[in-house]
Design a protein around this ligand. Sequence first.
Ligand code: URA
Length: 195
Amino acid sequence: MVTLDELRTRASGCTNCDLYRDATQTVFGAGPPGARLLLLGEQPGNEEDLEGQPFVGPAGRILDRALVDAGVDRAEVYITNVVKHFKFKRMGKRRIHQTPTTSEVKACLPWLSGELDAVQPEVVATLGATAAKALLGSSFRLTQHRGEVIDYEGLPLVATIHPSAVLRIRDRQERAEALEGLVSDLRLAAKVAAG
Ligand code: URA
């Protein structure tokens, strides 16, 4: 079996799709090899691209808060993304996130597959529709199945919203409710992970 360190080294030179051309670096997963819970996001954002670590920007701060509220220690979780390079469009000085295409997701999946083999988590929690669809297929509807324990090739999977969805909500009350939903889904995933 290929180790996470070996995979990380190999992924740093990945040219499976064109996203490596504009991104600063490959942002591989982070966390202990024996993590019971694997969190799966979409792709690194602006700050992740610069730092080389997943979920360290604004969405990461929401995720951190949700993990604390769910009683989950981030240091014990393996956190990664479906796509390992930041896809963006330049608007003046800003780099605006672009959703990866199906073929970019496909090109990156071997890395996730390697991470799943190396970590062997007890449960996967997908954050947002891109991550859920990458594993469960394009017909998967997050709105219908979020917060359920779903079977993914024999592995329990909990699909929840992306932390950035919480950030986008302007109304205070609605934002608090969305965060609470994320927390409760993460709590469920942690419960399944604990066995
Ligand atoms: N959004 C993601 O899906 N992943 C990150 O690492 C950061 C933001």
